[in-house]
Design a binder for this molecule. Structure first.
Ligand code: AMP
Length: 113
């Protein structure tokens, strides 16, 4: 069995609150939310991190933003605002090594954090 928890969710073999799915991405709520809205936008293909993206993934990378925009509207947070975050590598705070974009909203965010 694939040890990657996000691959398991995408394959329907692990539970998740799935909000959206298309041929490229699956979107589900974070299991340990750090904001009232905390959603993960995850490529269906196993890509460990930003470091492993290749030029052929440019359309997929752009799609992550398109889906983030759609989900922010769907969640009703587009006008107040939201944060998109992609952690890369342990130094970047990445803990699940399957590329994903966080969509965070519902509280105030600041830099530095
Ligand atoms: P990162 O630290 O950027 O790799 O983010 C990984 C995120 O995945 C964290 O916010 C975790 O709470 C979340 N997470 C880990 N396991 C699950 C799961 N089974 N379902 C939903 N979210 C998860």
């Amino acid at each position: 069995m694939n040890a990657c928890i996000f691959c398991q969710i995408i394959a329907g073999k692990a539970p998740a609150d799935i909000l959206y799915r298309d041929e490229w991405v699956t979107v589900f709520r974070d299991a340990h939310p750090v904001a009232p809205v905390h959603i993960l936008i995850v490529p269906n293909r196993h890509i460990p991190s930003v470091n492993e993206l290749v030029p052929e993934d440019e359309a997929l990378s752009g799609h992550l933003f398109s889906v983030a925009q759609k989900i922010a509207r769907q969640e009703g947070v587009d006008q107040d605002g939201f944060r998109l975050m992609v952690n890369c590598g342990r130094g970047g705070g990445q803990t699940v090594f399957h590329l994903h974009m966080h969509l965070l909203a519902g509280r105030r965010f600041h830099l530095p954090f």
